[in-house]
Design a protein around this ligand. Structure first.
Ligand SMILES: NC(=O)c1ccc[n+]([C@@H]2O[C@H](COP(=O)([O-])OP(=O)(O)OC[C@H]3O[C@@H](n4cnc5c(N)ncnc54)[C@H](OP(=O)(O)O)[C@@H]3O)[C@@H](O)[C@H]2O)c1
Length: 321
């Protein structure tokens, strides 16, 4: 089969090459999927943004196709797979978070779900990682209908899902992004949009019941002040500083009734989350925003664009070789 192989640590141009490689065979709990589409994820952002050698220690990718998420059609099922069959349109996560940039990918049955019928393959292939992460954060926030929810980082690969999901769970959503993304955030259904280039949420005087903060751009003390009594803060991703700042969460919670948590992608139940995302998509409440669809031989360009231009939503790779 054809695949976009990772040949060595380096720039996208140095390390990625389209080549023939062996078509994998599913183990008893796996499915083999004919990939229709995948997308750029934060993994590529890390791998080509300077963390290639470190990431290669955790997920040794040399000689294998990259690509975490996918949408496609089941080609073959393992002997113990009961919920899926050949010909099903599905979406999900590649086994071991690697291998989706290829004609065929292996996936564990528990990390695959039927593709939402309302989404194209390109849209569904861009939903798994960002969608699962955003849904995990929204569930951790335990949003009650009518609550004021602040989503910071609202236009990116995770945040644009968080805006839609927070609204779907009943929140009155204030989205924070820069000037060029204000219209996009409104189109995602945000009730209010704050342009962080023009307005400082920390000084605006408004407070919130829930805060979902991509990357945690402010110190935890600022979020604490922005939260109403009994409120909850959930951090998605984040720099070392934002993550280490979370250590102060339990102390800040004392006496305030406020909760400080973070939502980490690898530890989330994947299949249930994919099913819930699919249900919300088919209810018209969730749709990936695609900032471009690239071909496999343009994958370098797609990664460069992601590294340098801050895409709106997600960047798709249509897997037609
Ligand atoms: N993408 C994924 O699939 C994925 C999956 C799991 C975990 N994660 C993690 O989640 C985090 C976010 O990823 P992402 O892909 O969504 O990032 P991203 O696409 O780079 O989005 C960053 C967002 O933050 C906004 N922003 C930038 N500076 C800001 C500031 N000073 N104040 C307020 N907002 C600001 C950006 O708005 P403007 O563009 O308008 O400036 C944009 O909306 C990362 O730590 C990542 O590792 C991502």
């Amino acid at each position: 089969m054809k695949a976009v192989l990772y040949t060595k640590v380096g720039t996208p141009e140095e390390s990625l090459r389209i080549a023939e490689t062996a078509k994998p065979s599913p183990k008893s709990n796996q499915v083999l999927v004919r990939v229709k589409a995948s997308a750029i994820t934060n993994m590529e952002y890390m791998r080509f943004g300077g963390l290639g050698p470190v990431l290669n220690l955790a997920i040794h990718a040399t000689g294998k196709p990259l690509g975490i998420e996918f949408a496609g059609v089941v080609e073959e099922t393992g002997s113990r797979v009961a919920s899926l069959q050949k010909g099903d349109a599905v979406y999900g996560l590649a086994k071991g978070f690697i291998g989706a940039w290829a004609e065929y990918v292996l996936a564990d049955e528990k990390e695959v779900s039927p593709k939402p019928g309302s989404l194209s393959f390109e849209e569904a292939g861009a939903l798994p990682t960002g969608g699962i992460t955003a849904l995990g954060a929204v569930l951790a926030a335990n949003i009650q209908p009518g609550q004021e929810v602040l989503v910071q980082g609202a236009s990116g690969g995770v945040g644009h899902f968080a805006v839609q999901l927070a609204k779907a769970y009943g929140g009155i959503v204030t989205a924070v992004c820069s000037t060029r993304n204000v219209e996009m955030a409104k189109s995602m259904g945000a009730h209010h949009v704050v342009d962080y280039k023009k307005e400082d949420i920390a000084a605006a005087g408004k407070t919130y019941d829930r805060i979902i903060a991509v990357n945690g751009y402010h110190p935890l003390s600022v979020y604490q002040k922005l939260l109403n009594k009994g409120g909850a803060y959930v951090l998605i991703g984040g720099t070392g500083k934002a993550l280490s700042g979370m250590a102060a969460g339990p102390i800040r919670a004392i006496g305030s009734g406020k909760k400080f948590t973070s939502a980490a992608f690898p530890f989330q139940p994947k299949r249930q989350r994919l099913e819930e995302l699919g249900r919300l998509a088919d209810d018209g409440k969730l749709r990936p925003f695609l900032d471009g669809v690239y071909a496999p031989d343009q994958v370098h360009e797609a990664i460069r664009y992601t590294l340098t231009q801050h895409p709106q939503g997600k960047v798709s790779i249509k897997m037609e070789f």
